[in-house]
Design a protein around this ligand. Structure first.
Ligand SMILES: NC(=O)c1ccc[n+]([C@@H]2O[C@H](COP(=O)([O-])OP(=O)(O)OC[C@H]3O[C@@H](n4cnc5c(N)ncnc54)[C@H](OP(=O)(O)O)[C@@H]3O)[C@@H](O)[C@H]2O)c1
Length: 344
């Protein structure tokens, strides 16, 4: 079996590389990025090729491809990989809302991955954990309305943004300590270090950003609820990894906290954390359970009249559950895999 990763040097690509060893240990790995280079990862050196080589006539054929590139490069390389015989899992936004391309969350709708399709899309890193929490509740109680407020990590913006953030945070806080600037007046009010910033990229005439529209539209497509009443507001917060989402839910049927907890305790790829106070439910705690959606802080909405309105929190490692892990599990619907925790 030959597996290729495009974007192998990026944050998501490196996580994929780690997971491939667990899922398909005997497979040949072929890695691509913007140019020929050597990647040091997990104590090993990997040869990485320029992706443009895939466009040559003698480019090698293969079986499974993970594409972890920005939108415009995905649009360039995904069709070529399909031509080369690969089953392709694209992690960008390019194909997510294409009605002919399944948008797959393993544990929710992986039945969409079968031999009739060669290209599937991996949802946004906030959508995956949210739908893992919502789907079992939809199946048991029915979903009325959903409201989400997200607090998203900087690694969601890729390796260059993350490295800048770490360097600027270190320098900014060192300067604060040195000058006695307790409040951070010397920090840049438009930048990420020490700050909360609207996730406002590509805000359109609706007033909502592309991140907010993705969370709304992708959830509707995955849950197969095109009319779902769902609202979202998204921010970036100054943490390295772990997207955190506060969720207000209206269920169709009245129920109890115990009945909801019972459903979440056995939900696929969910780690349910009991207790309204949210012990162990932090952004960085997702690094301890990288391949699960952490779901907790379950409590009755203070405005509830009849057992249908609930609050909960969902958090997940955006690079693993929110990206690489979901893609590998989706790929297992085609190709199985050795590690049961990475299979659907
Ligand atoms: N980060 C997340 O939390 C997350 C979650 C879900 C989905 N995604 C999506 O996954 C994709 C990758 O995200 P990321 O965070 O891993 O990005 P990243 O860290 O910025 O990495 C980008 C990758 O793209 C490669 N690349 C850049 N220009 C290229 C070109 N012209 N031709 C071929 N390869 C090129 C880079 O290679 P070089 O090293 O050679 O420049 C690098 O391997 C994006 O579509 C993103 O939206 C990200």
């Amino acid at each position: 079996m030959r597996i290729c990763i495009l974007g192998a040097t990026g944050l998501v690509g490196r996580e994929l590389l780690t997971l491939l060893d667990r899922a398909w240990p005997g497979a040949e790995r072929v890695l691509y990025a913007s140019r020929d280079q050597t990647l040091e990862h997990g104590g090993e050196s990997f040869a990485v090729h320029a992706a443009a080589k895939l466009e040559t006539e003698d480019a090698p054929r293969g079986d499974l491809a993970f594409v972890a590139l920005d939108d415009q490069y995905s649009a360039r390389y995904c069709p070529r990989l399909v031509d080369l015989g690969y089953r392709v899992i694209d992690k960008s936004n390019t194909y997510r809302m294409d009605p002919d391309v399944p948008l797959v969350v393993a544990g929710v709708n992986h039945r969409r991955v079968d031999d009739s399709v060669s290209l599937i899309a991996n949802p946004n890193c906030t959508t995956i954990p949210l739908t893992l929490a919502l789907e079992p509740l939809r199946a048991r109680f029915g979903l009325g309305e959903v409201t989400v407020s997200s607090y998203q990590a900087i690694s969601g913006a890729g390796v260059a943004a993350l490295d800048d953030f770490i360097a600027q945070t270190a320098a900014g806080f060192a300067a604060m300590a040195e000058s006695g600037d307790r409040l951070g007046e010397g920090l840049d009010a438009a930048n990420y270090p020490g700050n909360t910033v609207p996730h406002a990229g590509k805000t359109d005439d609706s007033g909502f950003s592309s991140e907010e529209r993705k969370l709304i539209n992708e959830s509707r497509k995955i849950l197969e609820l095109p009319e779902l009443g769902i609202g979202a507001q998204c921010c970036r917060v100054p943490v390295t990894v772990g997207h955190y989402e506060n969720v207000w839910l209206e269920l169709r049927e009245p129920t109890t906290a115990e009945a909801i907890a019972e459903v979440l305790r056995v939900a696929p790829f969910v780690s349910y954390l009991p207790g309204a106070e949210g012990a162990e439910l932090t952004a960085l705690a997702t690094l301890k359970r990288r391949d699960s959606a952490l779901v907790g802080r379950l409590r009755r909405d203070n405005r509830d009249q009849d057992g249908r309105r609930w609050c909960l929190t969902v958090a997940a490692d955006n690079l693993r559950l929110g990206a690489a892990t979901n893609a590998v599990r989706a790929g297992s619907a085609w190709f199985g895999g050795e590690d049961p925790s990475l299979r659907v």
